[in-house]
Design a protein. Structure first.
Length: 122
């Protein structure tokens, strides 16, 4: 297993993706709660959550595009429409780029979804 060349960048990428997931969950929870009572305070929380989510997504874009797999020169956290490599498939819920993000976030080795090469992001 080799170490990922831009390990700091992919770790920031993973942290921003997880933060976006949390904000999305907060937003969706706010939407569900607003079905029961939608007062002014609830609208502010929803607006804050969606604004923060959009900000994180915009901030993540250059970080995601700023690193590539040294073996295949593709981006491990950008999946596209091509099928992922067989070695990068998992059967525990998360799959594809989200599995890469979760493994990097948890300081575990990850596999490039395009070529299947395993890396460490430490
Ligand atoms: Zn690769």
């Amino acid at each position: 297993m080799q170490s990922y060349p831009k390990s700091r960048l992919i770790r920031i990428d993973a942290w921003l993706a997880v933060l976006a997931w949390v904000l999305l969950l907060l937003f969706m929870t706010g939407v569900v709660l607003s079905w029961t009572s939608f007062e002014l305070q609830g609208k502010r929380v929803l607006a804050w959550a969606i604004g923060a989510l959009l900000l994180v997504v915009v901030l993540r874009l250059p970080v995601t595009l700023g690193h590539r797999c040294p073996v295949c020169q593709k981006r491990p956290t950008v999946q596209g429409f091509a099928p992922i490599h067989n070695l990068a498939k998992y059967d525990k819920g998360l799959d594809g780029w989200s599995r890469v993000v979760w493994n990097v976030f948890k300081n575990r080795p990850f596999r490039c979804i395009h070529c299947g090469e395993q890396f460490s992001a430490e």
